[in-house]
Write a new protein. Structure first.
Length: 242
């Protein structure tokens, strides 16, 4: 997943892949489908000027689009499972892609906007953890049937920013104690929620359950985004837990 060929792959490939665990089967009633919402929260990449200072084994985000590509793979999965008219809100941390685009001299925010338009999803740019929570909370009661997070994380936080402003640190996040500010009533019964970040299952999943009343599938251990360049979802070094 290194080099220019991966950026080209992102631009030309629509990305149809298998996803585990699989989304629920599409509902037969069109009225029910019309009321359903799917939420994807996407963090930003690290900057190479910081990551290049690390030993190679510890570097992150050699490819700028790890979390974007994973998001589009998931969007395609949702569209296959719930139908082409499935309503998806794609919440993306904009400052991370502005900064990485400036570093790489590429119009990444324009490319992300094009991907959202191509797939017919609502793109919601946010600039902070508070903004992300507000975007999540705008959904109608009992409407959200799936939630996915793609980005850096530790066992206590979704890290919307990581190693973009300060090397190895975050300036924008959703902490597990912030989850109580998410409106639990927006979620449908037995909503499918999953974090594709590292270590979520070690603490944050339990806080999510207490805050919103839904299980959050999370990793006990690290996740690996190398497979997304091949059209596959991130892999895991440990195991998935709720």
């Amino acid at each position: 997943m290194r080099g220019l060929w991966l950026s080209l792959l992102f631009l030309v490939c629509s990305g149809v892949s298998e996803l585990a665990p699989q989304a629920s089967a599409a509902l037969p009633e069109s009225n029910a489908q019309a009321s359903q919402r799917h939420v994807i929260l996407c963090g930003g990449p690290a900057l190479r000027k910081w990551e290049d200072l690390r030993v190679e084994a510890d570097q992150h985000d050699r490819w700028w689009a790890n979390f974007i590509r994973a998001s589009t793979i998931r969007i395609d999965e949702i569209k296959r499972a719930y139908g082409d008219n499935a309503v998806v809100t794609w919440i993306v941390y904009r400052p991370g892609y502005v900064a990485r685009g400036s570093e790489d001299r590429q119009p990444y925010t324009k490319w992300i906007t094009a991907q959202a338009a191509k797939r017919g999803v609502k793109l919601a740019w946010v600039n902070s953890g508070n903004g992300a929570i507000n975007a999540i909370n705008k959904h109608p009661s009992r409407s959200v049937v799936t939630f996915d997070f793609f980005g850096h994380s530790n066992k206590h936080c979704f890290l919307l920013d990581y190693s973009a402003i300060i090397m190895g640190a975050s300036k924008a996040w959703i902490h597990e104690k912030d989850l109580a500010r998410i409106r639990p009533e927006i979620f449908a019964r037995n909503a499918q929620c999953q974090s594709w970040g590292c270590h979520t299952g070690e603490s944050m999943s339990a806080y999510w359950k207490r805050a919103v009343g839904q299980n959050l599938l999370g990793a006990r251990g690290k996740t690996n985004y190398e497979p997304v360049g091949l059209g596959q979802m991130p892999s895991i070094s440990g195991k998935w837990v709720r």
